[in-house]
Design a protein around this ligand. Structure first.
Ligand code: CA
Length: 234
C-alpha cells in the first residue's frame, strides 16, 4: 500500500502541486489547509505515514501543530518534515526542537522534497522492530519496538529524532561517534544541516534523560560516545 503523505499548506496552488507531485511518485497525497484540520486528520486511525508541515498557517503555527502532535501519545511518532519560507538557522533549530524530523526551506524543488520524504520514510522502516526485548542499561530502559524509554521507571517522552539518536548511540556504546557519522546515520541526509545541530540534540536528549543523561559522554575533539558500562569504573 502506498504511503499516505499529508500536505499541510494554506496556499492552495502550492498544496495541490505538491499533492500532485507526491501522487506521481507513487504516494497518496492529501491536503489540509490549516493547523486544526491537520491535527484532526493526523489524529485519525491510521495516521498519515508522514506530514509535510508548513510553518506559517492561518490559524495555529506549524511549530504549535508539531508540539501538539508530539504531546499526544497516539500521534507522537508520526514523522514531520517542516516546510518554511524562513531560512534562519534559529528557525531550523526551533523546528527540530519541537520534534520535526527534517526541515525544508521555500522555495524548494519538488524533487528535493520527494527525496527527503523518501529518506525520512526509509529511516522509519529501518528502525522497524528487530528485537522484541526491552534493553536495560543502568537506570535506563529502552523498548525500541514500542518506541518507549524509561529512566528510573518514569517514562521519558522523546521525539522520533531523539529516539533514533539514542538508539544509534546506545547500539554503538563504548565507541566514539563523530558528529558527521551521527548526521549521516541519524538524520539520514547531510544537506543543509550543520554539525551544530547534533550538539543541540545531544544536549536536549541528555536533559530529557535526566539521571541517565550522563551515559552520553562528550569526547573532546571527536564526538559522542554512549558509555560502555552504566557505572564509571575506578
Ligand atoms: Ca503558509
Amino acid at each position: 500500500m502506498s504511503s499516505h503523505i499529508l500536505v499541510v499548506e494554506d496556499e492552495a496552488d502550492l498544496a495541490d502541486a505538491l499533492a500532485f507531485a507526491l501522487e506521481r511518485e507513487g504516494f497518496r497525497g492529501t491536503v489540509a489547509r490549516d493547523g486544526r484540520s491537520a491535527i484532526d486528520v493526523i489524529s485519525q486511525t491510521p495516521p498519515p505515514d508522514l506530514v509535510l508541515l508548513d510553518l506559517m498557517l492561518p490559524d495555529i503555527s506549524g511549530t504549535e501543530v508539531c508540539r501538539q502532535l508530539r504531546a499526544n501519545p497516539t500521534t507522537r511518532h508520526v514523522p514531520v518534515i517542516m516546510v518554511t519560507a524562513r531560512a534562519e538557522e534559529i528557525d531550523r533549530v526551533v523546528g527540530f526542537e519541537v520534534g520535526a524530523d527534517d526541515y525544508v526551506v521555500k522555495p524548494y524543488s519538488t524533487r528535493e522534497l520527494v527525496l527527503r520524504v523518501r529518506a525520512v520514510l526509509r529511516r522509519r522502516e529501518s528502525s522497524a522492530p528487530i528485537d522484541v526485548t526491552a534493553l536495560r542499561f543502568g537506570v535506563l530502559t529502552v523498548d525500541k519496538d514500542a518506541h518507549k524509554v524509561w529512566v528510573e521507571d518514569a517514562e521519558v517522552a522523546l521525539t522520533a529524532l531523539e529516539q533514533r539518536l539514542l538508539h544509534t548511540l546506545l547500539e554503538r556504546r563504548g565507541r566514539v561517534q563523530t558528529r558527521e557519522t551521527l548526521l549521516s546515520d541519524v538524520w539520514g541526509i547531510t544537506a543543509d544541516i550543520t554539525t551544530r545541530t547534533v550538539d543541540t540534540h545531544v544536549k536536549r536528549l541528555r536533559e530529557k534523560l535526566g539521571a541517565a543523561g550522563s551515559y552520553v559522554e562528550t569526547v573532546r575533539g571527536a564526538g559522542y560516545r554512549f558509555r560502555a558500562q552504566p557505572e564509571v569504573v575506578g
